[in-house]
Design a protein around this ligand. Structure first.
Ligand code: FAD
Length: 388
């Protein structure tokens, strides 16, 4: 019998990291308590589409026994990528071959439901503080005043983690780049020209210190991200209510004012590209924050971090993948290891830090080049990463 059976384990957060961790432990027959702030799985829109890489997110799903079900849901054609000049000239138009399965796309909501499966998440459990060394374990404090004690608390609670302060004083810093996100529904019937522009996957347009990226999800849904450099003092600091901070801030009811401001920021760009903003419905502001590249901490018995809580980085296709792989690897190591769980966690942290530091460096450099004074730098990024 594994030493783990004596261990009370909680994971804070039911994002990609927390759910993958819980699902792999569940597969190995170990109980785990999932504590989630949201009152229900569909309490807020799940967000856009994620590409899951073969050696990262897909490997994690394999460890969870979910790879076949993922393949049935995923959209390999969503890997298609078109790059335009600001005047609308097509610079690159890459389409995946029929067997190209390196980075298929899946809607976040579909991924969440796949991972949730039989898991018994405790919804509406808003963690405010995690206190290691509290007598018989690690004490978890909740917003409603309740407290619970566990032997291991895994903080998978995202960018504005309430678990992180138990390990590290570091907080996320603003990158200088803000995204404003909007979306289009039923694009094939309501906006067929835009549907053709976006194609089966994504279209990206890079200008001077600005970009517009549109990505197709399932069911004719398209997410559009206007990206630009802006000092943070143009926006208030994130609201201290984490319900707003890590999910983005709705820019409010005055959609027309926001749309007009955005359109003037991209003035002179090709009309079909601007139509993506013109037809957008709600707008959500997402200033991009990061943790320092190579963020680590002194190991503390009974507490660790996964995913964005440990290594928040620019959203360039790695964050959810790393979060899932870390969740799967830690769960597998705990479930199959014969040593002390705390030694397992300590060894896992060393591996996670090394891999995350590499990706944090890559994505930080990528953001500098993708939203940069030189649009040719963005094109070069595409040419470096795209399979030929
Ligand atoms: C616009 C955009 C596009 C992206 N595209 C990609 C992509 O294509 N590929 C990719 O790999 N990554 C992508 N990312 C990054 C990816 O979204 C994150 O890295 C990933 O979601 C991190 O997963 P996580 O589980 O660590 O944290 P989260 O997904 O942030 O999940 C944290 C969970 O913890 C809960 N929580 C937070 N605080 C508390 C609390 N105090 N108590 C209890 N529960 C709490 C939250 O409600 C949430 O459910 C993108 C990010 C953005 C913003």
């Amino acid at each position: 019998m594994s030493v783990l059976t004596r261990h009370r384990i909680a994971v804070v957060g039911s994002g990609p990291a927390g759910l993958t961790f819980a699902r792999v432990l569940h597969r190995h027959g170990h109980p785990v308590t999932v504590l989630e702030r949201d009152p229900a799985p569909d309490a807020r829109p799940p967000g856009g589409t994620l590409d899951l890489h073969e050696g990262l997110g897909q490997l994690a799903l394999d460890k969870a026994g979910l790879l076949d079900r993922f393949r049935a849901l995923a959209r390999p054609e969503g890997q298609a990528m078109r790059i335009l000049d600001v005047d609308g000239t097509v610079l690159r138009d890459w389409r995946p071959g029929p067997d190209e399965r390196a980075n298929p796309e899946i809607d976040r909501g579909q991924l969440r439901d796949l991972l949730l499966g039989p898991l018994d998440v405790r919804w509406a459990r808003h963690v405010t503080r995690v206190e290691p060394g509290a007598g018989d374990g690690v004490r978890v404090h909740f917003a409603d005043g309740r407290q619970e004690t566990y032997d291991l608390v895994v903080g998978a609670d995202g960018a504005w983690s309430r678990t992180r302060p138990a390990l590290s004083p570091v907080t996320p810093r603003y990158t200088g780049v803000t995204l404003v996100e909007t979306s289009l529904d039923d694009v094939d019937t309501r906006h067929p020209d835009l549907a053709r522009l976006v194609g089966d996957g994504s279209v990206a347009v890079y200008g001077v210190n600005r970009a517009i990226v549109a990505q197709r999800g399932s069911g004719g849904h398209v997410k559009v991200y206007a990206q630009f450099r802006a000092p943070l003092d143009r926006h208030p600091e994130p609201d201290p209510d984490p319900l707003l901070t890590d999910t983005g801030t709705d820019v409010g009811p005055d959609i027309d004012t926001v749309r007009t401001a955005l359109l003037s920021m991209f003035d002179g760009w090709a009309v079909p590209v601007l139509e993506l903003l013109r037809h957008g419905t709600a707008f959500v502001r997402r200033p991009l924050y990061v943790l320092p590249v190579g963020h680590t901490w002194t190991h503390v018995r009974g507490v660790t971090l996964l995913g964005d809580a440990a290594h928040l980085m620019p959203p360039l296709g790695a964050g959810a993948n790393l979060a899932m792989l870390e969740g799967a690897e830690l769960a597998e190591a705990l479930a199959t290891g014969s040593g002390e769980p705390d030694d397992t966690v300590r060894a896992f942290e060393e591996r996670m830090w090394a891999r995350a530091a590499r990706w944090a460096g890559i994505t930080a450099a990528g953001l500098e080049r993708l939203v940069s004074p030189d649009p040719a730098a963005a094109l070069a990024v595409f040419d470096e990463v795209q399979p030929s």
